[in-house]
Structure formats: structure tokens, C-alpha cells
Design a protein around this ligand. Structure first.
Ligand SMILES: C=CC1=C(C)c2cc3[nH]c(cc4nc(cc5[nH]c(cc1n2)c(C)c5CCC(=O)O)C(CCC(=O)O)=C4C)c(C)c3C=C
Ligand SMILES: [Fe+2]
Ligand SMILES: [Fe+2]
Length: 340
């Protein structure tokens, strides 16, 4: 039956105002660089079946019995190396990106941020947007390369929230942007600017993407192809024939075979074969985080220098750079087409 306004039940929710919401989402990070908060964060992250594709009956005893008793202490020490006055770099930068987008998109659009693991959680932030009258929401996972372990799990989480709703908001998702000209141009501009500001001329620019188990490529996940395409387009756009560009995959986790070549062994091999000056960039991360500030900038530098390298620089992610924010605005405005 159709209800008229007079017939609506007393407890009917207020009629919405038709606003548009944007939810930018990144991975998540611990609340503090201490063992307990890191254990909670890793417990949620590594229990996600999109991340660890091993049956729970097998995986949970390994996770609870071994990994969560050993890794949090070591990871917390690594987080302490990069922690800032504003907290975890990933959290602080994501918050600044959301605020910057809000300023660029104006009052017609309400921008919030969320993390897939930890706080602010995706369901709570979607609820906040809806409570503020947003009945159309763009979900924007800030992962340029599609991966089931990152992009898909964000969409799953939003879908779980929608499933519980009688009156759903309309949801759109920002597609992966690994080959989007706005992204390639932003990277080329920003990395070019950073290379020119270095006090040495690198022989090699290493493009390090987060790794994934080789099995996910065999099963059809496009992540590896997306990373390779980004690297190819970026190399062409940067047009620096004097710099040799190499694509690698970092952060191997567990004993299975991961995508190759690995960042750490490539850094060592380059040092050993006589490369003296090397810069490293991480185009797959939209914000600097543990993986860039500790694994690349601290550990990577040590690995390269111990193998004979002399000059090493880690270039920043797009973060809140002009090029990066303009790129996000362009892609989000395009996706909101028809809504604004
Ligand atoms: C950019 C895309 C990412 C993919 C793909 C990805 C896959 C993936 N990661 C792990 C395990 C860990 N990753 C960790 C940190 C971490 N990972 C990403 C991004 C991707 N991960 C980011 C942005 C971060 C940094 C978070 C921060 O707080 O700064 C960690 C935690 C740190 C540690 O203990 O080493 C783990 C563990 C797996 C298993 C995986 C795919 C299967
Ligand atoms: Fe990761
Ligand atoms: Fe790592």
C-alpha cells in the first residue's frame, strides 16, 4: 500500500533533505603505538576473509595462538618510529584529505572519512551522513589499484550496513583509478617536483607497491596488472630517460609466495651491483603510512646502504599536495555527475 503524509506512522524517520555525501575510506591504523591497540587492530584486519583467504578453522588458531602474541610488540615498535603529534600518519593525513575535499567541494556535499579497520568505522560514518540528510552517498576507497583485500572489503562493509536498512541511501563507488589520467598526471607532477628538489640525481627510481599473495593473481585479482599499468603509464608520463625505473612489491606477510620482485631484495641487489643513488616512491598508497615511512624510508634505506648504495631518498605520497587534492576533486566531481 502507499502511505500518504498523514498516514505515516508516528515514529517514521524525518524526511531527508536530499544532500550528497562523500565517504573517503582508507585501511585503518592502531589507536596508539602500543602492543594492546596494535593487537586489536591486527586482530580485526587479519580476521578479514578478504585479506587472509584461509578457512577460519585453520587460520584463527594460528592468528590467536601465534601471530597476535608475537607481531603486535614488533609492529608497535615500528609504529613508534613514525608516530606524530597528530597520531598515526595514515589517520592524520586521511583526516586532512577529507577536510581539504570538503573545502573544495563546498556546502552542497558533505565529506566524511572512515577506516576499514578501527575508527572511525564505515557503518558509523555512513550513518552520520544519512542522519545529516544525505540520501546519495559516494563511497571512495582511496586505493588506486583494485584489490579484493582492499577495495572489495570496503564495499562489503558498506553493503553489510545497507543490508540492515529499511530505507537505504543510494550508494555509488569510486572506481579504481590506476590508469586515470588525473592520477597519472598528479603523480608525474608531484614526483617530478620532488626529484628535482633532491640534492642528488638518482640513477634509479624504484616504484614500490604493496605486495599480495601470488595466488590472488592466479585467481584473477587485477591488482598486479593495475600496478604494472600504473608504473608503465607513469614512466611514460615522467619522460626521464636518465632515470631507470623499476617496479617492485613490498611488505611480504607469511610463508606463501608473494608478487615479485620484492622491494627489499631489489634494494639489496641494486646496492650490490653498484647503483649508488636511488629514490623510491610508493604510488599505490594515497597517504604516507607505516609501510612508506618505516618499511621504505628507514628499513629500505638501511638495506640499500648496507649493500653499497650511497644516496637514498623516499619520496612522499600524494597526501594533501596540491596535485593530489586536485586529482581527488576531479575524480570525485566526475563520479558525482548527475547528482550535482
Ligand atoms: C595499498 C594497498 C594494500 C594492500 C593490497 C595490502 C594487502 C595486505 N596487507 C597485509 C598485511 C599488513 N599490512 C599492514 C599495513 C598496511 N597495509 C596497507 C595497505 C595495503 N595492504 C597500509 C596502508 C598499511 C599501513 C597501515 C598503517 O597503520 O600505517 C600491516 C600492519 C603493520 C604490520 O604489522 O606490518 C599488516 C600486517 C596483508 C596480509 C595483505 C594482503 C593479503
Ligand atoms: Fe598491508
Ligand atoms: Fe609492512
Amino acid at each position: 500500500m502507499t502511505w500518504t503524509a498523514q498516514q505515516l506512522p508516528q515514529d517514521h524517520p524525518p524526511v531527508k533533505s536530499g544532500r550528497i555525501g562523500v565517504l573517503v575510506v582508507n585501511l585503518g591504523t592502531p589507536e596508539a603505538p602500543e602492543t594492546g591497540p596494535v593487537r586489536r587492530y591486527l586482530g580485526e584486519f587479519l580476521s578479514d576473509r578478504r585479506v587472509i583467504e584461509i578457512p577460519s578453522l585453520v587460520w584463527q588458531p594460528i592468528l590467536r595462538g601465534i601471530i597476535l602474541n608475537t607481531r603486535p610488540k614488533k609492529s608497535a615498535a615500528a609504529y613508534r618510529e613514525v608516530w606524530t603529534d597528530k597520531g598515526s600518519p595514515l589517520a592524520a593525513i586521511t583526516a586532512d584529505q577529507a577536510a581539504g575535499l570538503q573545502a573544495r567541494l563546498g556546502e552542497d556535499v558533505m565529506v566524511e572519512r572512515a577506516m576499514r579497520y578501527g575508527e572511525p568505522a564505515i557503518p558509523a560514518q555512513l550513518e552520520k551522513l544519512m542522519d545529516a540528510g544525505c540520501d546519495r552517498i559516494l563511497l571512495a576507497p582511496l586505493y588506486p589499484q583494485y584489490c579484493a583485500a582492499t577495495t572489495a572489503t570496503v564495499v562489503d562493509k558498506a553493503a553489510d550496513w545497507l543490508r540492515e536498512k529499511r530505507w537505504q541511501a543510494s550508494l555509488r563507488t569510486l572506481p579504481p583509478y590506476h590508469d586515470d589520467s588525473a592520477y597519472i598526471e598528479a603523480l608525474a607532477t608531484d614526483l617530478g617536483r620532488q626529484l628535482d628538489a633532491l640534492d642528488f640525481r638518482p640513477e634509479v627510481l624504484l616504484l614500490s607497491f604493496h605486495g599480495m599473495p601470488q595466488r590472488t593473481l592466479d585467481l584473477g585479482d587485477p591488482y598486479h596488472c593495475h600496478c604494472r599499468k600504473t608504473a608503465r603509464l607513469l614512466e611514460a608520463k615522467m619522460a626521464r630517460p636518465d632515470i631507470r625505473m623499476i617496479t617492485t612489491f613490498q611488505s611480504r606477510f607469511g610463508p606463501a609466495k608473494w608478487l615479485e620482485p620484492a622491494t627489499d631484495s631489489t634494494l639489496m641487489a641494486e646496492g650490490e651491483k653498484g647503483t649508488k643513488r636511488l629514490a623510491i616512491a610508493a604510488p599505490g598508497f594515497s597517504a604516507d603510512c607505516l609501510e612508506t615511512l618505516e618499511e621504505l624510508a628507514i628499513q629500505g634505506k638501511e638495506q640499500f646502504e648496507e649493500a653499497g648504495g650511497e644516496e637514498f631518498a623516499t619520496l612522499s605520497c600524494l597526501n594533501t599536495s596540491d596535485a593530489g587534492m586536485a586529482m581527488l576533486e576531479t575524480m570525485i566531481r566526475r563520479e558525482l555527475g548527475g547528482w550535482i
